[in-house]
Write a protein of this length. Structure first.
Length: 150
């Protein structure tokens, strides 16, 4: 397996794990969620919004993990990339237009989404062209099998 593919996979798993924190906060600790993230207008965040945000974030966690497993499928790769566009747009508009979130609170999710957007956008042809390379899938399967026997 090539190093860039391994690096992207690790990044996507790390992002999914980070997003799990937002899922937890949205379901089980809405007060922390609204006061730390939507710090400029926490009164607009209620339990329903916390759960909705948690479900959306859980969906994007699963999407990141699916893409980490097989980044060379264009539909999966594109959907994952689109989830980062949506996250970046959400936090940008909340900070710029709706003024519900400070730049300090928006910084972390926007940096993660921004890095992911640049990486995945620039790497679209590289990663999705691997799907056409039968050696990629074969070598991945062989590596998995050899790890089972170790």
């Amino acid at each position: 397996m090539t190093v860039p593919v391994t690096a992207l996979r690790r990044w996507l798993v790390a992002v999914a794990l980070l997003r799990c924190l937002s899922v937890y906060l949205g379901f089980f600790n809405v007060s922390t969620f609204k006061n730390n993230l939507f710090d400029l207008q926490p009164d607009l965040v209620n339990d329903l919004y916390g759960r909705t945000f948690a479900i959306w974030t859980l969906t994007t966690c699963v999407l990141c993990l699916i893409c980490a497993k097989n980044p060379c499928v264009p539909a999966i790769y594109g959907a994952t990339l689109a989830s980062f566009v949506a996250a970046f747009a959400h936090f940008s508009t909340e900070a710029i237009f709706f003024k519900t979130i400070s730049w300090k609170s928006a910084a972390n999710p926007m940096v993660v989404a921004g890095i992911s957007l640049v990486w995945m956008g620039a790497g679209w042809n590289y990663y999705t062209n691997l799907a056409r390379d039968p050696e990629f899938t074969l070598s991945e399967d062989q590596e998995h099998e050899s790890n089972k026997h170790d």
